[in-house]
Design a protein around this ligand. Structure first.
Ligand SMILES: Cc1cc2nc3c(=O)[nH]c(=O)nc-3n(C[C@H](O)[C@H](O)[C@H](O)COP(=O)(O)OP(=O)(O)OC[C@H]3O[C@@H](n4cnc5c(N)ncnc54)[C@H](O)[C@@H]3O)c2cc1C
Ligand code: SF4
Length: 842
């Protein structure tokens, strides 16, 4: 339980603190997308001067974009990147946030809210924004006798749910999942789990997938696309029991089928969080009943917004309505526009599963005899389009496999845009209104980005305020930063607002900021002019001269291109590369001796222990890459520590090849089919220390059990049956989690070394500075990589191999320079050390 600005107390005095003056007390229950958005809208209308604002949220965080949880689950986004309002935002805006605190009930007569921490908070105006929770349908075996959900069963609603699912899916022994529910959420959950290498079956009770959003014909095409992702689909099936005593082992279906699995995700819909409203005597039907002003029925000072709301009989489960509601609510609460009314929303949905384009809005098919229904179906390509037109207005559309027209159709549906006479133009680019015409027709308050609730006017204002590049306007407004389906429309609006004068964000393609060239052009210039040092490159190619931010990228590029012909200038290096050690928070360094493939000897261990003892090393720690880290070494002691160790550097610091993690492999392990240790050592010996655009971490596993975690490495190798080896590229398991893509399966370890080296050289030559392989591989595409690296489609394989060999041949252990500092200050402490709390040593 965290309270940002106040410490809990059992009873509030009910007095308004002096600093709050005559401001009214606004209490918001629920700190999700609707609650936080309503407060943002209130602040935008001068609400801070009118109200002292207190918010309660039972999740222990600031406010995050729940939509993006699907991307977090699939590893396309890190959970740190989805926060909309950090805890400091509340502080900066004078909002008291009680994060991790639930409101249990309110007393609507005395106007107090009672929360789980014993606090009693008075209010003048109350906003309820409690959202929904995952619905768990009745089913045998879902709960333990203690009443908690069985281990291995998950809902999919919160950041905590998502983190737990990722951890469970990545557990060695968890290989199979069943997702109950084949709607949007279920399919996104299935795709996310599949991305972690889990086998997934979706069980859906209706006859076709996404039955709430599309008809059977579209559902059939969708099924083929989902199955093509390796996801099993069972429609017309109902799960009746979850089996397993302590944790999930299987599910059984109504027809008696049993599907073995380690985890179950329940995605069978949501239920509004209304318990506390019921307990407090508020009007609740399917959700809390509100009027067009978003006021709770028969209450003067209580408003509700978001998924917990029932308005004119409708309960919405998407964000677009809550943005519209938040605007009306803020106008009402602040008195800015008391005539503002919410009259309901038209909603459109989009599936966020890479490679399966699905968008749906309104009707799936005709309802009246006079409705026009235009259908195009091409199942072999996974394309299906259906549009329903009534009275010359678009009243529904389903688009699968080709969403190029989504932006235009969404606007046509929302705003009743003019439709082309030739209806086919609604589906294909014939006779469709020009992008510009469509955009000009949009009203100012038309929502361009539904995920982040950005209107056309907000984007236009950003452009007029100086954001004349699409990237700049997106950054300034958050438009296009949700599911991404509106990016085309965002571009069109920005282009229209800038009257054609859109500035392409120039720096976006530069390899380093100071030189206006992309990587290929920069390399060509360096070669043509025979440049060999960072300063020479600046002199020849940087219009504004030297630039600190560009130095490291250039140094790395030159080293990669020229190997030992590169002229090393120390000031082009980052501190870690200057002293060949990793700088720590307190200004000391860590020293990591090399242990190829995690293999060591008695002599090495003894020497490391002796050095640690001699130099009073405060902390010795095993790293995630199977090496020993000696932490807390002062800069001036580094040369002596290395001299005493007399071992090569383990490269724990630079933008370079680092480690090859290995499992024990077939010599020792009962399951091993390949000698992973030996291959790991060989790979590490060959590529040690080579420069790269970002760090490279590798692994070799002796069988598909993958004890060395090869699937989440920049290059991961797995021994499979028949003495063969699979090579995966582009995996990651840090801030970003991604399962690598299979590059090739080869017959012997020599081929592994060749292809791994060729891939790394291609990456070294083509990737942007600091671009990890987990971004590079999806950007260039695994098919393309396979063609170039395995099939040599561009005829450059020999060239790549030779360039890598050049780097390998020029390898020198940086610690050989320890007795002869390159600069007088190389190993002199120049900064006072920060005193850190002692790391507890157990
Ligand atoms: C995985 C996933 C993907 C989605 N994808 C999309 C999409 O692509 N497009 C789309 O439009 N929508 C999508 N949605 C739906 C969208 O996220 C919701 O419509 C939106 O978050 C609803 O906002 P809300 O504020 O009403 O509820 P929430 O965001 O759920 O916020 C409610 C908050 O109130 C808290 N709370 C509840 N009761 C109390 C209490 N008594 N005291 C204190 N706090 C309380 C809850 O813990 C929660 O933090 C998705 C949802 C999920 C889960
Ligand atoms: S991955 Fe390696 S250690 Fe794990 S089971 Fe297979 S051979 Fe054994």
């Amino acid at each position: 339980m965290t309270s940002l600005l106040e410490t809990p107390r059992t009873r509030s005095s009910g007095q308004v603190p002096a600093s709050q003056g005559t401001r009214r007390r606004l209490v918001v229950i629920g700190n999700g997308m609707a609650g936080a958005r309503a407060v943002e809208e209130i602040l935008a209308r001068g609400g801070a001067a009118q109200f002292s604002i207190t918010m309660f949220g039972d999740e222990p965080y600031g406010n995050y974009n729940r939509i993006m949880l699907s991307h977090v689950l699939s590893g396309e986004e890190s959970d740190a990147d989805i926060f909309l309002n950090s805890l400091s935002w509340y502080q900066d805006n004078g909002i008291t946030l009680h994060a991790g605190v639930r409101v249990d009930r309110i007393d609507r007569f005395t106007k107090h809210a009672f929360s789980s921490d014993g606090r009693v908070t008075p209010y003048d105006t109350l906003i309820i924004a409690t959202g929904s929770h995952s619905h768990m349908p009745p089913m045998d075996g879902l709960y333990t006798p203690g009443g908690s959900v069985k281990q291995g069963v998950f809902g999919f609603r919160t950041i905590d749910d998502t983190r737990k699912m990722v951890a469970y899916a990545q557990h060695d022994h968890h290989r199979r999942a069943v997702v109950i529910g084949g709607g949007l959420l279920g399919l996104e959950a299935a795709y996310g789990l599949r991305s972690h290498g889990i086998e997934v079956d979706v069980v859906h009770s209706a006859g076709h997938l996404m039955s709430a959003q599309m008809g059977p014909d579209g559902g059939a095409v969708l099924r083929r696309s989902v199955e093509a992702l390796g996801i099993g689909v069972l429609t017309g099936s109902r799960t009746t029991a979850v089996l397993g005593s302590d944790s999930v082992t299987a599910v059984s279906l109504r027809d008696g089928t049993v599907i073995a699995c380690d985890m179950v995700v329940v995605a069978t819909g949501i239920r509004p969080n209304v318990d506390f409203a019921v307990l407090s005597g508020l009007p609740v039907e399917r959700a809390i009943v509100v009027d067009d002003r978003l006021r709770v029925q028969d209450e003067d000072d209580i408003y509700a917004v978001g998924e917990c709301v029932q308005h004119r009989g409708e309960v919405y489960g998407l964000v677009a309505p809550l943005w519209e509601q938040a605007v009306v609510l803020a106008n009402q609460v602040t008195g800015t526009d008391t005539s503002a009314l919410y009259l309901g929303s038209r909603t459109a949905t989009k599936l966020k599963v890479a490679g399966v384009e699905v968008a749906s809005m309104g009707l799936h098919g005709p309802e009246l005899d006079t409705d026009e229904h235009i259908v195009f179906s091409e199942p072999s390509r996974g394309v299906f389009k259906s549009i329903v037109v009534r009275d010359n207005k678009m009243v529904g559309a389903t688009l699968l496999g080709d969403s190029r027209k989504v932006a235009y159709l969404t606007q046509a549906y929302d705003r009743g845009l003019p439709l082309p006479e030739e209806r086919i133009g609604l589906m294909f680019d014939l006779g469709t209104p020009e992008g510009d015409t469509g955009v000009a027709d949009l009203s100012d308050d038309a929502q361009v980005c539904n995920c982040n609730g950005v209107s056309k006017k907000t984007l236009v204002d950003a452009v007029q305020g100086g954001c004349s590049s699409v990237a700049g306007a997106m950054e300034a407004t958050r438009a296009g930063k949700g599911c991404g389906s509106c990016k085309l429309l965002v571009r069109q609006v920005v282009e229209w607002a800038a009257d054609g004068a859109v500035v392409e964000d120039p720096a976006a393609t530069y390899y380093v900021p100071a030189i206006p060239l992309d990587k290929a052009a920069l390399m060509a210039e360096i070669r043509k002019r025979g440049l060999r040092s960072v300063s020479a490159v600046f002199q020849a190619l940087a219009p504004g001269g030297e630039d600190a931010k560009s130095k490291m990228g250039l140094a790395s590029l030159l080293k990669m291109m020229l190997a030992d012909r590169y002229i090393d200038e120390r000031d082009a290096r980052f501190i870690n590369d200057r002293v060949h050690a990793n700088i720590q928070r307190d200004g000391t360094f860590s020293v990591v001796p090399q242990m190829k493939g995690g293999v060591t000897t008695v002599q090495q261990l003894r020497r490391i222990a002796d050095v640690a003892e001699k130099h009073n090393v405060p902390l010795i720690k095993l790293t995630g890459g199977q090496r020993i880290d000696l932490l807390g070494i002062r800069k001036e002691d580094l040369p002596q520590v290395w001299a005493d160790l007399d071992m090569p550097s383990g490269y724990a610091y630079g933008k370079s090849f680092r480690t090859v993690k290995t499992c024990v492999g077939k010599d020792f392990c009962r399951y091993g089919t390949g000698d992973s240790t030996r291959l790991g050592v060989e790979i590490e010996s060959r590529f040690q220390g080579i420069e790269a655009p970002a760090k490279l971490k590798l692994a070799v596993s002796g069988c598909p059990r993958n004890c060395a975690e090869s699937l989440v490495k920049d290059v991961g190798v797995v021994a499979v049956e028949g003495g063969r080896w699979e090579i995966y590229v582009g995996g990651a398991a840090g801030a970003h989690i991604r399962k690598g893509d299979l590059l090739a399966t080869v017959d012997d370890p020599e081929e592994v070394k060749i292809l791994a080296g060729r891939f790394m050289q291609y990456y070294r030559e083509r990737a942007n500075w600091l671009e990890r392989t987990y971004s590079f591989v999806p950007r260039v595409g695994i098919e393309h990589l396979r063609n170039v690296i395995v099939a040599d489609s561009e005829g450059i394989a020999a060239q790549l191999d030779a360039a890598m060999q050049d780097s390998v041949d020029s390898y020198e252990d940086p610690w050989t320079e320890r007795t002869d500092p390159m600069t007088p200050g190389q190993f002199r402490t120049s900064l006072p050390l920060t005193v850190l709390p002692q790391v507890p040593v157990r």
